[in-house]
Design a protein around this ligand. Sequence first.
Ligand code: ATP
Ligand code: MG
Length: 562
Amino acid sequence: MSEGARTDSIDFIREIIRSDIDSGRHREVVTRFPPEPNGYLHIGHAKSICLNFGVALQFGGRCHLRFDDTNPTKEETEYIESIMRDVRWLGFDWGEHLYFASDYFEQLYEWAEHLITAGEAYVDDLSAEEIRAYRGTLTEAGRPSPWRERGVAENLDLFRRMRAGEFADGARVLRAKIDMAAGNINLRDPVLYRILHATHPRTGDAWCIYPTYDFAHGQSDAIEHITHSLCTLEFEGHRPLYDWFIDHLPVPARPRQIEFARLNLTHTVMSKRRLLALVRGGHVNGWDDPRMPTLSGMRRRGYPPEAIRAFADRVGVAKRDSVVDFALLEHTVRDVLNRTAERRMGVLDPVKVVLTNYPAGRVEELTAVNNPEDESAGTRQVPFGRELYIERADFMEEPPKKFYRLAPGREVRLRYAYLITCDEVVKDADGRVVELRCRYDEATRGGDAPDGRRVRGTLHWVSAAHAVPAEVRVYEHLFTRPDPGADGDAMADLNPASLEVLTGCMLEPSLGELAAGERVQLERQGYFVGDPDSGPGRLVLNRTVTLRDTWAKMVAKGTADG
Ligand code: ATP
Ligand code: MG
């Protein structure tokens, strides 16, 4: 998709919807986002959310949030709550249209009896393993279960007794009676109901049989009068089955399913099963670890929801699977933060500078610009004094030619302050630099020399007497390779250096009050955000993204593909 792709651009899904409206087939568009509450949402879900809610907004319809909560063993209230929080955070509103597939359990049960009565479903006593063996393969037809020809009365009786709790888990299932020789394996008498004596987060112990996802999903769409059921490509092969149910049941509406390609991102994994394994295995600090591709992780990392929406927009909707470079996501994040985040100064790896000719005890307030991209952000005062911190990497005792920062005898500019020259390097017993003794030029306040002499390097700094200490967490990709697991186990590709915790960082005093979730740019370093681990007397920041735009470089070199 090209650089300028926007929400109102027309992709193949929007084209179909537009023509359904133009032809009068639908007056109103109704879509839904149907998560299974068995994990936290990830950036792939964001693509689906932006599509479903975006289409509804664009065509003046509505989008439902429906939890497909048919599997009580994997579902938890925690997930339901996190999903609602994340959809809202992304900026979408389902209004009063919050639904649960479990609300339809009674209706689905009735429809199952409807199929039995019509001779189109039967109770099977085969075990799950036997069912699999009887199903056949892609090249071989399946075999009918010995229970396939049970009579309607017996099937009804057994199904009712399944519901009543007479049988153990796995003892029997209800199957549709379609075609054991169908080329599409989904049509080989799929299971509709299984026995599960499990407590459901919403229906409690009311049920001990649960519909399968396949039996619940399409009918739930029909109950809600969904006009367009947008789903990912892996459901293409299920469409004939969903249509079969719709054709054989007295449903109130006929949704149209359209499949699109999943979003895949480099350097990460994107299935709830694998993300759960990362959490359970302690490889990350929870679902909202800033290295996770989850929306809660990205929120904690400092990604603005606006950037995620712009990213979804930019990758667009297609029929073909592809992998998007993580650098494009970071580029989009940087783009939003460049416009919106205020600039501050902070030193991550401090070394002390003493200005030998600056009066002890004197403090000046210097004016700093909050955001050069946004004049309305105004300015702030930053204290300056005799003792400062600068970045250790901004000094070299024996600098190579192109090093324009501080070195013995060299002059640099301190941002918004003065030009200083280094006279002396103080080291400890191990030879480590502990202090730089410098001179400032009083005539250069603001950073310009009256005699017009050129100084190339400009460094950020913090006044030592006013600095606020902080812990800064610096993140790299969670996996070392762009395609984790391509050579076997993805866990073997985990990046051992994905988190670096920097302590003793020194920030300008205005950052003392940085709230969790508040985003800033630390000049020359990148974008950062306050972490909820902060508290009284403790300041923790996460690095959201660096200032280096690898995506722009890829575009320049012609290696970008997104
Ligand atoms: P996962 O495979 O990551 O566990 P899922 O498909 O099982 O995800 P659901 O809760 O069923 O998760 O997904 C809800 C909706 O989000 C579905 O319509 C699904 O198609 C869509 N979705 C899930 N992953 C992606 C993705 N990577 N890109 C686009 N849409 C996705
Ligand atoms: Mg799923």
